[in-house]
Unconditional design. Structure first.
Length: 125
């Protein structure tokens, strides 16, 4: 009888701990979403926006910034400095095709054919 009581008590404690864990997890999820939405709404600017970013190395980027309606700046961002590389107008920009515009090549055949071709390309031992 004492063993059954101890087991029931342990099971009850486990369920309480699991319930608390799930509650903390749900609260963390919704708090993080709320903070992200709040920060996003605070960072919206009507006159400045980042149009493109090109990562060169770990701490070095080139960004195209739109300032106003038709003025663009190309800037270089390093670890401790920001340098203006040039200024462009809207007419000087060109629209490049995106990955969505390009057709994705498809492979013809089934998997077993591709596997046999791959095996044939491997060096023989």
């Amino acid at each position: 009888m004492i063993l059954l009581s101890s087991t029931g008590e342990s099971l009850f404690q486990l369920l309480i701990v699991l319930f608390c864990f799930v509650v903390v997890l749900v609260l963390t999820y919704y708090t993080t979403r709320w903070i992200a939405g709040y920060q996003k709404s605070q960072s919206i600017s009507r006159n400045l926006s980042v149009v493109e970013t090109l990562k060169l190395t770990t701490n070095k980027y080139i960004q195209l910034i739109q300032a106003g309606k038709d003025t663009y700046y190309v800037i270089a961002i390093g670890k401790d400095e920001i340098t203006v590389l040039g200024q462009l107008s809207g007419d000087e920009l060109r629209e490049l095709p995106t990955d969505k515009d390009q057709e994705i090549p498809t492979v013809k055949g089934d998997f077993s054919d591709l596997l046999h071709k791959f095996k044939d390309q491997l060096p023989k031992k």
